[in-house]
Design a protein around this ligand. Structure first.
Ligand code: NAG
Ligand code: NAG
Ligand code: NAG
Length: 360
C-alpha cells in the first residue's frame, strides 16, 4: 500500500513537473484527459525537424536553452503553451507525431508544424498543413481503436482536449505571397481560412471530439519581426486589421458551432489581447523588455536568425523578455499565457476557461 501510494505520487510529481518528458507510467485511460495538439510554431514541439524541406526549424542552440538545456524543435528557450497545459492535465509532454518510434497515443500527441496555416497553399511542401494534421489524427484514432476497441477509443477522444493555434501564417502568406492571394478581398480570405478550420473541427467532432481549446491569432503585426519591416518601427497596421477580422470571425463561428453540435465545448484564449497588454506594459507582468526579442539580430532583433552561426546575438536572461526570437515567446511568457488559458477570467477566455470546459 505504502509503496503503491508512493509510486503514484512519484508519477504525479514527475509528470506534472515536466522534468522528464517520457516514461511516465500509463494511467488507465478512464482517468485522464488526453491532449491532441494542432497548428503552427506556437505549438510545434519538433515535428518540423523530421520534414525534408521544413520552412522553419528550431532544433539547434540556443532554442531550448533554459528549460530543456538542449534544443527540442520548440520555438522558445523552453516550454510552449501546450506543455504547460499538459502539466495542468498531469500528462507527460506530448511528443511530436513524426518522432520515430512514437506509437503510444494514450495521452495524445502533437501534430503542429511551424509555418503551417489552415490553407494547403500556405508554405506548401515545407510544413504539415492543417488538413494533413487532421489525416494524422484520423490515423491515430484508427490505431487506438485497434488497441483499445471502439468504445474505449470513443471515450478517450470525447474526453480529450483538442488544442489549436492556427491562422497567423495564412495572413503572413496573404501579405508576402503572390498577387494570386491578393485577388481575394480581406473578408473573403478570412472566410476561406476560417472555413478550412471549421471543416477540421467538424471532422474531429465526427470522430468523437467534444472539447476544443483555441489560442486566437496574436498581434503578429506588432511582433519584432513585423516592426523590423515597418519603416517607422511601429506595427504593420494592415496585418493587424486582418488578424482582428479573423479573431472576430473565429468567435462567431465557434458560437454557431456550439448551437449546431450537441455536447460541443470550447474555450478561446484571447491571445491577441493578452500578448498586446504584455508588449505595451511589460513591467506590470514581470518582464523588462516587451518589444525587442532576446535572440536574433537587427532592429528589435527582428531578423529571424536566432541560432544561425555568427549572425545572431543572445540576451543574458530570457526571463526578462517577452519574445525569445523575432516571432516567438519565452518559456516565462508561455507559462503566463497557459495559466490564463487554463484558469483565466472571462475577459481573456471566452466563453469560459479550459478548466471549466473540461469539467462540463
Ligand atoms: C542535444 O540534442 C542533440 C541533437 O538533437 C543530441 O545529439 C545531443 O546529445 C543532445 N545533448 C544533450 C546534452 O542532451
Ligand atoms: C504562395 O502561393 C503558392 C500558390 O498559392 C503556394 O504554392 C506557395 O506555397 C505559397 N508560398 C508561401 C510562402 O506561402
Ligand atoms: C479551403 O481552402 C481552399 C483553398 O485552399 C478553398 O478553395 C476552399 O474553399 C476552402 N474551404 C472552405 C470550406 O472555406
Amino acid at each position: 500500500m505504502a509503496i503503491s501510494l508512493r509510486s503514484h505520487m512519484y508519477f504525479l510529481a514527475f509528470c506534472a513537473s515536466l522534468l522528464i518528458p517520457t516514461n511516465c507510467q500509463t494511467e488507465p485511460p478512464e482517468n485522464h484527459v488526453a491532449l491532441f495538439i494542432f497548428g503552427d510554431s506556437l505549438f510545434d514541439a519538433g515535428n518540423n525537424k523530421f520534414l525534408k524541406n521544413a520552412a522553419f526549424r528550431a532544433d539547434f542552440w540556443p532554442y531550448g536553452e533554459t528549460f530543456f538545456k538542449n534544443a527540442t524543435g520548440r520555438f522558445s528557450d523552453g516550454r510552449l503553451i501546450p506543455d504547460f497545459i499538459a502539466g495542468y492535465l498531469k500528462l507527460p509532454l506530448l511528443p511530436p507525431y513524426l518522432q520515430p518510434g512514437n506509437q503510444d497515443y494514450i495521452y495524445g500527441v502533437n501534430f503542429a508544424s511551424a509555418g503551417a496555416g489552415a490553407l494547403v497553399e500556405t508554405r506548401q511542401g515545407t510544413v504539415i498543413d492543417l488538413n494533413t494534421q487532421l489525416g494524422y489524427f484520423k490515423d491515430v484514432e484508427k490505431k487506438l481503436r485497434q488497441e483499445l476497441g471502439d468504445a474505449e477509443t470513443y471515450k478517450l477522444i470525447s474526453k480529450a482536449l483538442h488544442l489549436f493555434s492556427v491562422g497567423g501564417n495564412d495572413y503572413i502568406a496573404f501579405f508576402t505571397n503572390s498577387t494570386a492571394l491578393r485577388s481575394f478581398s480581406k473578408e473573403e480570405y478570412v472566410r476561406i481560412v476560417i472555413g478550412n478550420l471549421t471543416t477540421v473541427i467538424k471532422e474531429i467532432y465526427k470522430n468523437g471530439g467534444r472539447r476544443f481549446g483555441f489560442a486566437n491569432v496574436g498581434p503578429y503585426g506588432c511582433a519584432p519581426y513585423s516592426r523590423a519591416l515597418s519603416s517607422s518601427g511601429g506595427c504593420l497596421e494592415e496585418a493587424t486589421a486582418l488578424v482582428k477580422l479573423h479573431n472576430r470571425e473565429l468567435s462567431k463561428v465557434l458560437e454557431d458551432l456550439q448551437k449546431e453540435l450537441k455536447e460541443f465545448g470550447y474555450s478561446i484564449l484571447d491571445f491577441y489581447t493578452s500578448l498586446s497588454k504584455r508588449m505595451d506594459n511589460p513591467s506590470k507582468y514581470g518582464f523588462k523588455v516587451g518589444k525587442v526579442a532576446c535572440c536574433c539580430s537587427g532592429p528589435f532583433k527582428g531578423i529571424l536568425n536566432c541560432g544561425v552561426k555568427n549572425q545572431y546575438e543572445l540576451c543574458d536572461d530570457p526571463t526578462e523578455y517577452l519574445f525569445f526570437d523575432s516571432a516567438h515567446l519565452t518559456d516565462k511568457a508561455h507559462n503566463q499565457l497557459a495559466e490564463l488559458m487554463w484558469s483565466g477570467s472571462p475577459d481573456v477566455t471566452r466563453p469560459s476557461n479550459l478548466k471549466t470546459v473540461l469539467k462540463a
